[in-house]
Every structure is written in structure tokens, then in C-alpha cells.
Design a protein around this ligand. Structure first.
Ligand SMILES: [Zn+2]
Length: 287
């Protein structure tokens, strides 16, 4: 129970509770989308009560969000432990235009980290605006990147298309948008550009430490995977009747010599020990 509720007199408190009860009735959880029993649903303040400046804002339903107690609990533990990897926020301007996005965080208070969002339309909308005019609220905290993407997608929904006040250009999530939604849709680099790029990379080869793959050794995709009989048959059929050139044969032979041969050091069949005396006896007996 926060101090705020304790300061309310009984009557106001009851009225406040009744309003919240009416607000959450039949609404699904804004985070997981489930509609649970009334006792398991609650109303959360997007801007925390102790951050509200005027009392009227307490009753502002725009600041209310219906949640199931499980999601709310999770959000609170995440917040408290500061172990979240990021959060989904909503930044709004006094004229109602807003932007929803995700931000990776090192555990700093999202309302103090000075991050106000990216996005083409949004950035130009807030250009030159006093940051104090922007209202930032945290919609959800996430523990993993995947969860962060999912939450962002969940909160943006189709607002980017359905709501003019929403300045999001795309739906949420960092997964590559495809087709028309892709930022590069309809742009085709000219042959000249491609040649220039090729030339550039030829002149500035990224080798060693400069290569983005340096030091990384991704597991081969087929490691530990057995080929199916069907696959084996396919390969065998495809290779049937292929004649190797003299050169290829020599190269393979060279490659398989000595220690490189998979059979190197292996002994076939029953190993016979050498017993000169026994051999001599056998020889005498046999002949
Ligand atoms: Zn929920």
C-alpha cells in the first residue's frame, strides 16, 4: 500500500477503488492479453503515482493500464532487481502525438536515462523541443531481447497505421521487416554503386581483426547431424558415373597420404603376434 492511498480518506478511497474496478471490468491484461478472474486483474499507473504532479492526474484513465497481477508482479520484480535488459516506453508530446519503442538498458531508471526514442517521424517531431515537454512512461520491462521485441510489437500493434497520433513508422521488434515494410523496399542500388562497393571492398579488405567474423567460430550447421539414408542416396546417385581427371585423382591421393588418411594408424583384422619359435614348430609340423 503506497503512502498515497493511506492519505486518502475512506470515502475518496472507496470512490477511487470503484472507478478502477469499473475501468478494469472485462478488459484484458495489457501485457499478456489474458482476461483472468476480476480478483486477478488490477489497474496500474503508467506514470507511477509518486511521480504525478497534480492530483487530477490520478484519475486520468490515460495513465491507467489494466494488467493481470502476474504480469504486474513480474514487472515489479524486474524493476526492483534492475536486472531487466530493456524496456518498452511511450513518449508523448503535449499535442497527443506519441512514439512507442524499445530501449536496451543497463538498469538505470528509464525515466532518468535521457532516452527519448528514435524513428524518422518522431525524431523530426521532437527536434528542438524542450525535453521536459515530452512525457515518457514505461509500458513494460523485459528480461530478454526476445521478450523485448515481443512486448514492443504487442504495444505498437497496428497503431502505426491505425492511429494518426502514433508516429511509429513500423511495427515493433527488431526482426527484419520484409517486402514493402523493409526500409530498402523499392530502392535498387545502381550497377555503378555496386561496382563502387565491390571496388571499395577490394581495396579495403577486412582481414584479421577488422573482419566482423574475427575470432568468432560459429558451429557448422551440420555438426553432429547424421545424413538421412535418402540424402546419402541422392549424393551417391549424383556422383555415380563421374570420372575424375588424372589431376583430381593425384590431388586426392596426395591429400589422403600418411597421417591425413582417416585409416592412418588403424590395423585391420586379427592381429597376429610374431612368435618365431611357434612359427618354426608349425612349419616343421605342417611340412
Ligand atoms: Zn498479464
Amino acid at each position: 500500500m503506497s503512502i498515497f492511498y493511506q492519505t486518502l480518506d475512506y470515502r475518496t478511497n472507496m470512490e477511487f477503488k470503484a472507478r478502477k474496478k469499473a475501468f478494469k471490468k472485462g478488459k484484458p491484461c495489457a501485457i499478456c492479453g489474458k482476461t483472468l478472474k476480476p480478483a486477478e486483474m488490477m489497474v496500474a499507473h503508467l506514470v507511477p503515482v509518486d511521480k504525478l504532479t497534480d492530483e487530477q492526474a490520478l484519475y486520468d484513465t490515460n495513465n491507467w493500464s489494466c494488467r493481470c497481477i502476474y504480469c504486474e508482479r513480474k514487472q515489479n520484480t524486474l524493476k526492483d532487481r534492475k536486472s531487466f535488459c530493456g524496456y518498452v516506453y511511450k513518449c508523448s508530446l503535449p499535442d497527443g502525438r506519441y512514439y512507442i519503442g524499445q530501449h536496451h538498458s543497463n538498469g538505470e531508471d528509464p525515466l532518468e536515462d535521457g532516452y527519448y526514442g528514435l524513428g524518422k517521424e518522431w525524431t523530426s517531431a521532437i527536434q528542438g523541443i524542450n525535453k521536459e515537454k515530452i512525457t515518457k512512461i514505461v509500458l513494460a520491462y523485459a528480461q530478454t531481447d526476445k521478450e523485448l521485441d515481443e512486448l514492443e510489437k504487442h504495444f505498437i500493434g497496428d497503431l502505426n497505421e491505425a492511429d494518426d497520433l502514433c508516429l511509429n513508422v513500423r511495427r515493433g521488434g527488431r526482426g527484419m521487416a520484409s517486402g514493402e515494410k523493409h526500409w530498402a523496399y523499392g530502392t535498387h542500388p545502381s550497377g555503378e554503386t555496386i561496382e563502387k562497393l565491390k571496388q571499395y571492398h577490394k581495396e579495403n579488405p577486412k582481414t584479421g581483426k577488422d573482419n566482423p567474423m574475427f575470432g568468432k567460430h560459429p558451429e557448422p550447421w551440420n555438426k553432429g547431424k547424421a545424413m538421412s539414408e535418402e540424402q546419402k542416396k541422392k549424393i551417391s546417385l549424383a556422383n555415380k558415373g563421374k570420372k575424375l581427371s588424372e589431376e583430381q585423382r593425384r590431388a586426392i591421393s596426395e591429400r589422403m597420404k600418411g597421417k591425413n588418411n582417416p585409416m592412418y594408424g588403424k590395423i585391420f583384422g586379427v592381429q597376429k603376434k610374431y612368435h618365431p619359435e611357434e612359427d618354426l614348430l608349425n612349419n616343421i609340423k605342417g611340412k
